[in-house]
Design a protein around this ligand. Structure first.
Ligand code: GAR
Length: 210
């Protein structure tokens, strides 16, 4: 599978995916000058910077995005800090082949600044979620999650560090599982595991014990 990683931030998840050996054929950033672009260049991955200011609306933005994805014959997409909602036209084309990582235990704390939202709310557990992208906002079917404890007295910086650490453990594993065809999104919109129940259980317990 040829993967595109959509970014917009420091690129630590992109880095984790590249270190896992995922075949990243394209990195698209919605922002100029972000750390993720430097990481892509270090790994000799082609980059396209597509900024919103160049396009009058979301439809035309996404048209440019699809053009870039088609140019590189991309099969699957991993969103990693790309802080834009994809349009239905893009989801139609890549439906069931778009993953996103979100820094909370969805459906809690969707949207921006999820770590801060959870911290300020005062929850004792938060975490990270990898899900398939649908037309909703952080609503797509969940593939896997990792929980993170927040203890009284933890600073937000500590929680952020834990969340990012969990992201870097979880995302490469899920992308790899999809890449190998172990997990897919069924036509019924439900997660389908193509491996045995025992193997899924082993895979999940591997995530928790690492
Ligand atoms: C990650 O924490 C990711 O979960 C978050 O952006 C960060 C990107 O960091 N995404 C969202 O909040 C999406 N709603 P990175 O550039 O270091 O990978």
């Amino acid at each position: 599978m040829k993967w595109a990683v959509l970014v917009g931030g420091t690129g630590s998840n992109l880095h984790a995916l590249l270190e896992q050996g995922i075949a990243v054929s394209l990195v698209v950033s919605h922002r100029e000058g972000v750390g993720a672009l430097g990481i892509a260049r270090d790994y000799h991955v082609p980059v396209e910077v597509i900024t919103a200011k160049t396009y009058p609306d979301r439809a035309q933005y996404d048209q440019a995005l699809r053009y870039a994805l088609q140019k590189y014959q991309i099969d699957a997409i991993a969103m990693a800090g790309f802080l834009r909602w994809l349009t239905p036209a893009t989801i139609d084309v890549y439906g069931g082949r778009i993953l996103n990582i979100h820094p909370s235990l969805l459906p809690a704390f969707p949207g921006l600044n999820a770590i801060e939202q959870a911290y300020r709310y005062g929850v004792r557990w938060t975490g990270v979620t990898v899900h398939f992208v649908d037309e909703g906002k952080d609503t797509g079917p969940v593939v896997a999650q990792l929980p993170i404890r927040i203890d009284p007295g933890d600073s937000m910086a500590t929680v952020e560090e834990r969340v990012h650490h969990a992201e870097h453990r979880l995302y490469p594993k899920v992308v790899e599982a999809m890449d190998k065809g172990w997990v897919a999104l069924g036509h019924d919109g439900k997660i389908q595991w193509q491996v045995s129940q025992e193997e899924v259980a082993k895979w999940v317990s591997g995530l928790y014990s690492a």
